[in-house]
Write a protein that binds this ligand. Structure first.
Ligand SMILES: Nc1ncnc2c1ncn2[C@@H]1O[C@H](COP(=O)(O)OP(=O)(O)OP(=O)(O)O)[C@@H](O)[C@H]1O
Ligand SMILES: [Mg+2]
Length: 151
């Protein structure tokens, strides 16, 4: 497990961009943490690192559950906050995303924990004060452990 502290939103974006450069097709990144703790902010950075044009327009896809951004390969951005039940994710055909041609990043992943592939990168946000966040990164599976080591 790795912990980093960011002291402003931009630092979280920059950390996301580093991560975005390391991810590959098929990667799954699970994000957890309270409302406003920085999940979407990190996704902006991931999109930037993946070469998504206009990554600054990345926002929470609350009403559509999943949005796709085009970078080096597709980035599928899920926000499952509003899902009442994990089975509701079937209706968006989530397997085609999780096991498809892009990387998936999931806000509020704990809500669909049972549907996540066993191997994934897990990132948790803790708000320490108005601009300070502790970001805790842990890996399930060799490939993600290597990724964390390079971060
Ligand atoms: N160090 C920091 N890292 C990330 N965001 C920060 C930081 N400091 C302040 N902020 C601010 O906190 C807010 C984080 O909002 P963001 O939408 O990323 O949260 P979220 O976890 O996606 O929330 P939600 O659960 O509602 O989707 C932004 O307004 C951002 O500017
Ligand atoms: Mg969000």
């Amino acid at each position: 497990m790795k912990k980093i502290i960011t002291k402003c939103a931009d630092e979280t974006v920059r950390f996301g961009a580093r991560l975005g450069k390391l991810i590959s097709k098929g990667d799954i990144i699970a994000l957890n943490g309270n409302l406003g703790s920085g999940k979407t902010t990190l996704v902006k950075g991931i999109a930037q690192g993946l070469g998504v044009r206009d990554a600054r327009y990345v926002n929470s896809p609350s009403f559509v559950i999943v949005k796709e951004y085009k970078g080096r390969f597709p980035l599928y951005h899920f926000d499952v906050y509003r899902l009442d039940d994990p089975s509701a994710l079937d209706s968006v055909g989530y397997k085609e995303f999780f096991y498809g041609n892009g990387a998936s990043v999931i806000e509020w992943a704990e809500k669909i924990q049972e549907l996540l592939p066993k191997e994934h990168l897990s990132i948790e946000f803790f708000s320490e004060d108005i601009n300070k966040r502790e970001i805790s990164i842990s890996a399930e599976g060799e490939r993600y452990k290597k990724m964390v080591a390079r971060l």
